[in-house]
Every structure is written in C-alpha cells, then in structure tokens.
Design a protein around this ligand. Structure first.
Ligand code: ADP
Ligand code: MG
Length: 405
C-alpha cells in the first residue's frame, strides 16, 4: 500500500490506529498471543487451549501442504518452482487497522482484500500464484473475527490455488502482512519498464466504483461519528464516567461506524472484494510489453510505467471505461474518480498494435472488458485528451485541478 492510499483511507477511518487498540491487560502490545493461555481473550476465560499455537492450528494450519514441499509447523517452508525455467515473483503488502481499513469492517472482507491486493501484484507481472505467508498481529484471541477473516482469505486462496505455507502471530494492534510467491518465466514477466512509443494503452474492467465507495463511506462515517460523539459527550457528563469509559464508548462507535454502508452496494463490493486479474496477467505474458495493477488511480499508476520506461502517454478520456455507477455525477467528478481514484485493482498495460485482435479475444474468453484507452508516445509527459484530441487541464496530483467540464 502506498502513502497515497494510506492517506485516503485515513480519511475513511477518521481516527488513528493507536486509539482503537486493546493491547491486553498486561499492556504488552508486542508480546506473543497468550502463550500462557486465556489472557486477554473475550469469551469464557477458562484459559484452556487459547494460546498462539492453538490459534495457528485451529485457524491457519489446514493439514499437509498440497503444492509446497513443506508448510506450516517447521522453521521455514520449502517451495520449488514448477517450471525450472521460471523465477519466483515475490510481493508484500501490509494492512494496518485504522490506516488501511476501519475498525468494524467485516473480517470476511479484510481476509479477502489482504490477499487480493497481493495477488493483484502477481497478476500485474504475469505470475502464477503458488503460495503465501501471513504475519498477523491481533489485540486479542477473537474467534469470531478470526473465523470471518479465514473465510474470506481461504475462499480467495483456494480459487487461485495459492497455499498458506507459514507466517507469524503476535499480540498487537490489528495488522496483516501477507507475502505472496508466484512464478513466471523471467523473459515474459510483465514489467513496468517495457513500454515503447507506439504501443496501445489498455485497461481491464471499469474504473472509479471503489473510489466512489471510499468517499461515500467516509462521509457516512463522518456523520455517524459526529452523532455518536455528541451522544458520548452527554453520557459522559451524566455519569462522570470513570477513566476509560469514554474510550470504550468511542471504540464501539467506531466499530459501528466502520460498518456504515455506502448507498451503492456494487461499489462497496468493488472496494471490499477486489478481484485480482490473475488469468488476464497470465494470458498477457506474450502480448503485453508493460503492465501495472491499478491501486492508486490510473494516472498515478500510468506515471510509474512512463517513468520506468522513459516514455510519455496519451489517454483519450472518452475511451476510458468509467464505471456505470459514476453516471449520475458531473463530468469532472467522473474524471476525478475514474482517473485518479484508487482501489480499482484492474490491470493497465501496453502492447504493440499488431496484438489488438489477440487481446480482444482474451477479453472475450475471460468475459472481462479490455479497453484501448490511449497510446505510449515519445517524451515524458502523460496527457489526457478530450473527444477532439485537446489536452484536458488536469495534473496527476491535482485532485482540485480537474477543470470545470
Ligand atoms: P518460529 O518461532 O520458528 O518463527 P513460530 O512459533 O512463530 O515459528 O510459528 C510456528 C509455525 O507456525 C511456523 O511454521 C510458522 O510459519 C507458522 N505460523 C505462525 N503464525 C502463522 C500464521 N499466522 N499463519 C500461518 N502460519 C503461521
Ligand atoms: Mg515466528
């Protein structure tokens, strides 16, 4: 996750991570989860079988590994490429509660998304997913949360035959760090530095739905939090609450605020359940010259390709597949969300014009819209053009400079 995304999600959450953390009664935020058993858990409190290793066994160890040579339970996992000509593709993403997701977000969605963003990186480089590791910090042994998290995580993992082979577990502010391992023949890896002037620029799917859901959720959380804070203030005054009371109320308020539902459920689904474009990445291995996955918005991510490839680019705004859910917004808002919103997790790629038919056939086979939105050019600038080929006044960083159209 990048700083851009983190800042945006900060706004969504509207509070710092530290405020929402229960480090357990010993206050040792970094200590291992309950090697002594029972401490800090919600529930029966009998202390039996609630330790770190029990947690790993119950939730994460799913028996003998199918694909790797050695998995959970040893000091290292062992993994061999299936194809000896392939190399390992490795990527890591860190998700922190209060920064990348709000307290109170459905754990099923968190499980899905924390793996999905990693798989999306494998898709972008054209790698076949093989395995992943999971480093997890949790404030307490919360069975309901863990079971939801595992539901989302393993449903996606199984769909892509990506196996959990190890990890680390500790007590602390809720944090999820996944590292994925894929494999790809080195010669056909879809890197960011391969774009050439004359290439077509393509994008998969539609853009902007998740960004709109982020903003709607932020608005809903803001309104909800304001109402709850007013209420909490009243409660506080009436009871002259003992120390800590206010923060308990606060935490509950935040938890429910995280569940505030945006008005467009399809947009919320795009935000919470992004679908990594693995099959597309694999199919593009011999066709695309460069690729990137869209996590921070099309223009910002396109700039990564143009910088690394030392080229410029032109995007034809009328060709950009803005999500239909943006249809009720003014043109400049649609452009802002489709071009500079984030969390799309679609693939942006460049390819020689002679591959147009083959690429269209892939879109048809995968039932995934693939749209030609512009071209790679000489130079170093990225321009967005209107229907008559005139540059639209916008800058990548300029959320506020999207013109008046
Ligand atoms: P070590 O002390 O050697 O690092 P640990 O005691 O941390 O090992 O973990 C024991 C085993 O459980 C290791 O094989 C590790 O990879 C695995 N493991 C720990 N936490 C997780 C997790 N959250 N998900 C999957 N595997 C885990
Ligand atoms: Mg360890």
């Amino acid at each position: 996750m990048t700083a851009v995304q983190a800042d945006r999600n900060d706004a969504t959450v509207g509070h710092t991570a530290a405020a929402a953390i229960d480090v357990g009664s010993d206050g040792s935020g970094g200590a291992a989860i309950d090697r002594r058993g029972g401490q800090g858990q919600s529930g029966t409190g009998d202390g039996a079988g609630r330790g770190e290793f029990d947690l790993i066994r119950r939730f994460f160890d799913r028996g003998p590994v199918r694909d790797a040579l050695l998995g959970i339970g040893d000091d290292c996992a062992l993994l061999a490429p299936r194809d000896p000509r392939s190399v390992l593709a490795v990527s890591t993403d860190l998700l922190l509660e209060g920064r990348h997701f709000a307290a109170g977000i459905d754990p099923v969605a968190i499980g899905h998304k924390s793996l999905a963003v990693n798989l999306s990186d494998l898709a972008a480089i054209g790698a076949l997913p093989r395995a992943f590791t999971l480093a997890l910090a949790l404030p307490q042994y919360d069975e309901a949360w863990l079971s939801g998290f595992c539901t989302g995580l393993f449903a996606l993992a199984d769909r892509h035959r990506c196996e959990l082979i190890g990890g680390d577990t500790t007590r602390g502010p809720r944090t999820i760090c996944i590292t994925v391992f894929g494999e790809v023949p080195a010669a056909t890896a879809l890197r960011r530095d391969g774009a050439q002037p004359g290439d077509d620029l393509w994008v998969s799917g539609t853009l902007g739905a998740a960004a709109r859901a982020v903003e709607e959720r932020a608005r809903a959380v803001g309104e909800h939090a304001r109402a709850v804070e007013e209420h909490a203030g009243v409660v506080d005054e009436r009871t002259r609450a003992v120390e800590g009371r206010a923060s308990v109320v606060d935490e509950r308020a935040r938890a429910s605020a995280g569940q505030a539902v945006p008005s467009d459920p399809a947009g919320a689904a795009r935000l919470d359940y992004p679908q990594p474009r693995i099959e597309l990445g694999l199919a593009l291995r011999h066709l695309a010259r460069s690729a990137i996955d869209l996590s921070d918005g099309l223009l910002g991510d396109l700039a990564h390709i143009t910088e690394r490839s030392r080229v410029g680019a032109e995007v034809d705004w009328p060709s950009v597949p803005a999500d239909p859910c943006l249809g009720d917004l003014p043109g400049n808002e649609q452009r802002r969300l489709a071009l500079a919103g984030g969390d799309d997790y679609e693939l942006l790629f460049s390819a020689a014009p002679e591959n147009r038919t083959a690429i269209a056939a892939i879109g048809a086979r995968l039932a995934l819209p693939l749209t030609r939105i512009g071209r790679i050019v000489d130079g170093s600038t990225v321009r967005v053009l209107d229907a008559r080929g005139r540059p639209l006044p916008m800058t990548i960083a300029g959320y506020d400079h999207f013109g008046t159209g």
